[in-house]
Design a binder for this molecule. Structure first.
Ligand SMILES: Cc1ncc(C[n+]2csc(CCOP(=O)(O)OP(=O)(O)O)c2C)c(N)n1
Ligand SMILES: [Mg+2]
Length: 351
């Protein structure tokens, strides 16, 4: 039995993430329509929303501390919220403001919060090797922190993922790999790229425990993650956990989803893990008014963060030259082709 207080925290994380993204969606569309102009409006660039994924982050992150590391993919907000990333600075980052987590240079796919050891990346499976590195560091320092790498099912054939599984297994590292299986990788259905229905079976190839939660049920994720994180924290090595989630929206904002059968989208929208958890809370004796209060508080927090972020200053364009390895002053940003190698001029097409 999961304690009611834990169910309430998961519910809060999930309604916060859902509302946060609903509000981002509104802000994002400002100025971008009718002809979808991706660079216009207060949130320029791509935006990947995670409606339908909330249960996995809420269930897993309940078991984590601030000193545990989490890496997330390009669909990161629900995970960042559940890990406790500073919402004001995350929002300022998404709006490209100076006080954002990365001074507005990273945007929504590149959120870094060293206060709670959170990072995400737009490169799929990219978070796996750093999570393994964090696990290795914890082991060498004799600390009991753990690392969790979230990734999508579309990334499970990436070398970075498979190599990470191998290294984590052979070194018995405190790492949990969490695959969010939403059945789609952009427009590519899962069964076109893998014959494995259940990606957690890949764990067997590395002599690692594998588990799958077949529905986006936050309580079931909580139970599975308790075992996996506990195993890592107790020094008993890594686990691969897959969670069935649902993509309620397009791959990115503005995706017309013309490739997706209508009944598939409709089915994803019918399965609402938030409503499911609300029913569990009611069955555990939590009144509707108490749920409403949790929702209202979550909404206020989100509205405050978005309001704060929008008041933050834009970065000075000159700042684009800071925090980079090579700046224009080094003289290497020439526009002339530089094909000279060891005194010879190369003609191209040789490699
Ligand atoms: C190494 C790499 N190859 C290709 C891409 C382009 N890309 C962005 S998202 C994506 C699909 C991701 O699908 P999945 O991992 O299932 O995550 P989901 O979007 O479904 O959450 C691809 C191929 C990328 N970002 N990185
Ligand atoms: Mg996917």
């Amino acid at each position: 039995m999961v304690a009611v207080s834990k169910l309430q925290t998961m519910y809060t994380d999930m309604v916060t993430a859902r509302y946060y993204e609903e509000r981002l969606q509104e802000e994002y569309l400002e100025g971008k329509q009718p002809a979808f102009d991706i660079s216009a409006g207060p949130i320029p660039g791509e935006l990947h929303l995670a409606a339908g994924h909330e249960a996995s982050a809420a269930g897993v992150c309940q078991h984590l501390r601030d000193d545990d590391t989490v890496t997330a993919p390009h669909r990161p907000h629900h995970i960042a919220i559940a890990k406790g990333v500073d919402m004001n600075r995350m929002t300022a980052e998404i709006f490209g403001r100076e006080t954002g987590l990365s001074k507005g240079k990273g945007g929504h796919m590149h959120l870094f919060d060293p206060e709670v050891n959170f990072a995400c990346s737009g490169i799929i499976a990219q978070g796996c090797p750093p999570a393994v590195g964090a696990g290795l560091a914890a082991k060498k320092r004799n600390e009991d922190s753990v690392a969790v790498a979230f990734l999508g099912e579309g990334a499970v054939s990436q070398g970075g993922f498979l190599e990470s599984l191998n290294f984590a297994a052979v070194q018995d590292l405190p790492v949990v790999f969490v695959i969010e299986d939403n059945d789609w990788a952009i427009s590519m259905p899962k069964n076109r790229v893998t014959d494995l229905e259940d990606a957690s079976q890949r764990a067997g190839g590395f002599d690692m425990p594998g588990m799958r939660v077949d529905s986006d049920d936050a309580t079931a994720v909580y139970d599975a993650a308790k075992e996996a994180v506990g195993r890592a924290r107790d020094g008993n090595g890594p686990t691969l956990l897959e969670v069935q989630v649902h993509r309620r929206m397009g791959h990115f904002m503005g995706d017309p989803e013309s490739y997706r059968p209508e009944d598939d989208s409709a089915a994803a929208k019918q399965r609402d893990s938030i409503e499911r958890l609300a029913s569990e809370l009611r069955a555990a004796g939590v009144e509707d008014e108490a749920l409403e209060e949790l929702r209202e508080n979550a909404h206020d927090r989100v509205d405050d963060a978005i309001g704060w972020a929008k008041e933050q200053p834009e970065p000075d364009p000159e700042d684009a030259y800071g925090d980079v390895f090579v700046g224009p002053e080094s003289g290497v940003t020439t526009t002339e082709p530089t094909h000279e190698l060891a005194g010879e001029t190369r003609t191209g097409g040789e490699d």
